[in-house]
Design a binder for this molecule. Structure first.
Ligand code: ATP
Ligand code: MG
Length: 578
């Protein structure tokens, strides 16, 4: 192909990375056939909420196609419904797309920028007898539309003359009529098998202050009328949307055919992303926020990009997920565990390992001198030797995880119990010699002895305890709050509920457990909000913006898969050295 002159497009990658999905196949064919020199796509969010993981799929598809084929992708706000739209959403959407790693260059647009042109085209349609002003209200319009099995009935206003229509349209625009009293409708076919073609509404009267155009307009274009024409104005070649718009495509094409547009775009539909244990409708997400079921749009349990970011998901993990779920024409629901696995894959390679004790149990090492402190060398990331080691202070009084001790252990419990020896990660072997209890019989501390010949976590005589525990030195611990997040819904499909209830009945009451008084190793005192680490044996955790100096807050992003079994297997296999 000849070299392409373009603005905003990026260098074409050597080979389209994911040839094979049907959208990329179409684009490749169109380029080969010379239909366009490079693709121009767009991501068209309505600024009526924060972006969610479903949007991420669409973003990665639109920006991804543009990048792979040397084209460009516009960010266009589809802001035609001022009653629900806000600047806060415009800002958050831009921040989230950038965070995901995509860039629209100079191509930031708003459908509201085209209100003037859209209106002028509406007058054109009236003049050519292809649109009319209708005085039916919304209910009456619906009632006249008919059903899938019955044709619609024409509006009594369908045959108004051009002059009268033009006059009424201008007066609608001038604000002479009350909200909802009239609409402008396309004159297509009231018996059309596709209901969208039965004289669809193009404009409604609505007095609402728009976040960009203020009170300039009291009539607003409907989505179907605004969308395709915005694509046409911007020279979009491949207008990619979700399957529910497939039935709107004939109307999309009708406008393009019947208006003097500068360019003819084409619409293609793909299956939207659905995830188990998740709702993705913005209406529902807004309700969760407004009614306080979550702390905000960026609550770490929300499926929003802001929520995922705060929880500790990385853009790399989300992009990898979007790539792996692929693009198809068949609706399906993806297991949310798959998304979590993408995060583990990414963080396993990158996240530094640290030790944190979430439910502390005090351990006193009776044969270790008071006041003595050793610096133990612990590996920062066993997957990446270049990350080196860090010094972790070790002393006479330590904390271990309460659940790592059982006074009277069942058969398969290999961790600490009276008389049993375990390894403290990267430090020493210890043996439990006694238990302290309060008057209620609750264990308050353990007495242990340490084998000073096992420094670094291996014994000269080759013996190897069955369990390796994480630990934190009491005198050096950083005190923290840790928030354990679980799925927001306890049902795979939150919308499946008994009659009379809604998705909220499936909210998981245990989706957040807050632990105070957690003990973190010293190095975690330096974390800044957004930093992500692995707490050994527990999972990946992200430092939260609620942290204050000296008192960090961590969010659990995701647990380690099958933590315990894996650790055991690994210890065995490697005869673990540290
Ligand atoms: P919702 O139904 O949640 O309100 P929406 O489709 O109305 O979402 P928009 O802001 O209009 O939200 O969406 C912007 C773009 O993102 C559209 O092109 C839409 O098709 C796409 N999109 C929205 N949800 C998903 C999803 N679950 N999977 C893939 N793409 C999606
Ligand atoms: Mg939409």
């Amino acid at each position: 192909m000849a070299s392409q002159e373009k603005e905003g497009g990026e260098a074409r990658e050597a080979a389209p990375a994911r040839a094979g999905d049907f959208i990329r196949d179409i684009v490749a064919k169109d380029l080969e056939a010379g239909k366009c020199p490079f693709p121009v796509t767009r991501f068209p969010p309505e600024p009526n909420g924060y972006l969610h993981i479903g949007h991420a799929k669409s973003i990665c598809l639109n920006f991804g196609v543009a990048k792979e084929f040397g084209g460009r992708c516009h960010l266009r706000f589809d802001d035609t419904n001022p009653s629900k739209e806000e600047q806060e959403y415009v800002d958050s959407i831009q921040a989230d797309i950038r965070w995901l790693g995509w860039d629209w260059g100079g191509h930031l647009y708003f459908a509201s920028d085209y209100f003037g042109q859209l209106y002028a085209w509406a007058e054109d349609l009236v003049r050519s007898g292809k649109a009319y002003v209708c005085d039916l209200n919304a209910d009456e319009v619906r009632e006249h539309r008919g059903t899938l099995t019955q044709p619609g009935r024409p509006s009594p206003f369908r045959d108004r003359g051009v002059e009268e229509n033009l006059d009424l349209l201008r007066r609608m625009r001038a604000g002479e009529f009350p909200d909802g009293s009239r609409t402008l409708r396309a004159k297509i076919d009231m018996a059309h098998p596709n209901l969208n073609m039965r004289d669809p509404v193009l404009y409604r009267i609505l007095r609402a202050t728009h976040h960009r155009t203020g009170d300039d307009w009291c009539i607003y274009p409907m989505y179907d009328y605004a969308h395709g024409q915005s694509d046409a104005i911007e020279g979009i070649t491949h207008s990619i949307c979700t399957l529910e718009f497939e039935d709107h495509r004939p109307l999309y094409d009708w406008f393009v055919e019947n208006l003097p547009v500068p360019h003819k775009p084409h619409q293609y539909e793909f299956a939207r992303l659905n995830l188990t244990y998740t709702v993705m409708s913005k209406r529902k997400l807004l309700e969760l926020v407004q009614k306080g079921y979550v702390s905000g749009w960026d609550d770490p349990r929300m499926p929003t990009l802001a929520g995922f970011r705060r929880r500790g998901f990385t853009p790399e993990a989300i992009r990898s997920f979007a790539g792996k779920v692929g693009v198809s024409k068949a609706n399906s629901t993806v297991d949310v565990a798959y998304l979590e696995e993408c995060l583990r894959d990414d963080l396993n390679k990158r996240a530094p390992r640290r030790m944190a004790v979430l439910r502390p149990l005090k351990v006193v090492l009776e044969n270790y001198d008071e006041g003595r402190v050793e610096e133990m060398d612990l590996v920062n990331n066993p997957e990446d030797a270049s990350k080196g080691t860090r010094k972790v202070p070790f002393s006479r009084v330590l904390y271990i995880e309460r659940e790592d001790f059982m006074e009277d252990p069942p058969k398969k419990f290999f961790r600490l119990s009276p008389g049993r020896e375990v390894r403290l990660r990267g430090a020493y072997f210890i043996t439990c010699t006694g238990v302290e209890k309060d008057e209620r019989g609750e264990v308050t501390a353990l007495r242990c002895t340490v084998d000073l010949d096992t420094r670094g976590g291996s014994s000269p005589d080759g013996r190897s305890p069955k369990a390796t525990l994480h630990w934190v030195s009491a005198d050096h611990a950083v005190e923290a709050e840790v928030r354990l997040y679980d799925r927001l819904f306890s049902a795979e499909n939150p919308d499946r509920v008994p009659e009379g209830q809604d998705y909220k009945a499936n909210l998981n009451p245990d989706s957040l457990v807050t632990l105070a008084g957690c003990k973190l190793e010293k190095a975690l005192g330096d974390c800044a909000p957004g930093d992500i680490v692995q707490f050994e044996r527990l999972g990946y955790f992200c430092c939260d913006r609620d942290s204050t100096p000296g008192r960090p807050v961590f969010n659990r992003a995701v647990t380690l898969k099958d933590t315990w079994a894996r650790m055991q297997a690994k210890d065995k296999a490697e005869g673990l050295k540290r």
